[in-house]
Design a protein around this ligand. Structure first.
Ligand code: FAD
Length: 340
């Protein structure tokens, strides 16, 4: 019989992230397809009661928690000690957690302490005839593999955006506190540094990914580059739509070559083989050629559209659902005007 531990770290405001709720939904589906299995919820954080209440109706057999100021912040020693204690208390055989920074850092070590195994970057978990297996992508999302393990406990870190989030009613959950021997604490989190909200262009939860390519900074048919207008058009569109901003490698590399670049773009925006593989319902590529090392990062984009002057660009070779052969400056000027 499998005991599926859903393990999560509530946010600073006590809520559960979308990724955590997706993982809970995956745990429910898994449990439904393994006869005799049960779900145990494990929460780690400063205050975990409101998170437990938010998922009170999820059907868990038990709610376990480790709470207190020492567990508020991400720190390997305390996160690993808490997760280990909860896993032991639950007698968990499968431990499912969202692949956030805290779980990614602490849970592989916890698997080692428990004598189990861990798989990271899983994109699905399911069971056929009572036997669970996970899906995972290899070679920068070019091949998908399915694997199962007999070793228990089996820790699985599930990527976000792979399954609809749990949305049950809130209630009142009775949380059993799990005692943890506090490890030596050598790391203190001094604070957070993050860009102002209007400069935060990477929005994983946005419906649309807007990709800007190097063409925005290249000489246009009038013989001039128009980086300042490009910046204004792109920021205008992002401001109106709250789309997430992606880039090609060529565009973010340009700054290193001393060329006129879009100031708000960094390597963190880069999508592709050596960049990110975001998940969005739709994507719009502009002034981007659509070469394979870039488009491999579009694996999980639902509907793909591109605007390019060149009808023979790579997007036309089966990589986009719709290619607009047009001047992206003109199109985005018009789109921004229509958006008001
Ligand atoms: C090992 C390796 C790893 C790599 N990893 C990545 C990666 O992770 N991500 C990535 O992006 N790339 C990666 N690359 C680079 C990749 O191969 C391409 O060089 C890069 O994606 C090209 O960027 P681009 O399309 O913006 O630029 P370009 O190839 O210069 O294309 C610019 C496009 O803009 C169009 N254009 C110009 N003006 C306009 C206009 N007014 N309206 C419409 N269209 C216009 C042009 O027609 C052209 O198609 C990698 C390469 C290697 C070798």
């Amino acid at each position: 019989m499998e005991t599926i531990l859903f393990l999560a770290f509530p946010e600073a405001d006590g809520s559960l992230s979308k990724a955590a709720l997706e993982t809970l939904a995956a745990a429910q589906q898994l449990s439904a397809s393994i006869a005799g299995s049960k779900i145990v919820v494990g929460l780690i954080g400063a205050d975990i009661q409101s998170a437990a209440n938010a998922i009170a109706a999820c059907g868990a057999a038990r709610f376990l928690g480790v709470s207190g100021a020492e567990f508020a912040q991400s720190r390997y020693a305390t996160d690993a000690a808490a997760a280990e204690a909860i896993a032991k208390s639950a007698a968990a055989t499968i431990i499912l957690a969202p692949a956030g920074s805290r779980a990614n850092r602490a849970l592989p070590g916890v698997a080692q302490r428990l004598g189990g195994r861990v798989d990271t970057h899983a994109t699905a978990i399911a069971a056929a005839e009572g036997k669970p297996s996970i899906s995972r992508w290899y070679y920068r999302q070019r091949m998908e593999g399915t694997l199962s393990r007999t070793t228990r406990p089996w820790v699985v870190l599930l990527e976000s955006g792979c399954t609809p989030a749990y949305s049950g009613a809130a209630g009142t959950a009775t949380v059993e506190g799990v005692l943890v021997a506090l490890p030596t604490i050598r790391t203190e989190v001094a604070g957070f540094r993050s860009p102002p909200a209007d400069q935060q262009t990477i929005r994983p939860d946005a419906k649309l990914l807007f990709v800007a390519g190097a063409g925005w900074t290249k000489k246009q048919p009038d013989g001039q580059a128009h980086a300042a207008e490009a910046e204004q058009l792109i920021l205008g569109f992002l401001g109106k739509t709250q789309a997430s901003l992606g880039s090609t490698k060529s565009l973010v590399d340009l700054s290193g070559e001393g060329q006129a670049v879009l100031q708000f773009m960094t390597h963190l925006n880069q999508v592709g083989q050596t960049g990110s593989t975001p998940r969005h319902a739709k994507g719009l590529a502009t002034c981007c050629h659509g070469e394979e090392p870039h488009t491999v990062g579009w694996r999980f984009i639902g509907e793909r559209r591109a605007i390019n002057l060149n009808a023979a660009c790579s997007w036309a070779q089966g990589k986009a659902d719709v290619l607009y052969v047009a001047d992206a400056f003109e199109v985005m000027r018009k789109v921004n005007a229509l958006l008001g």
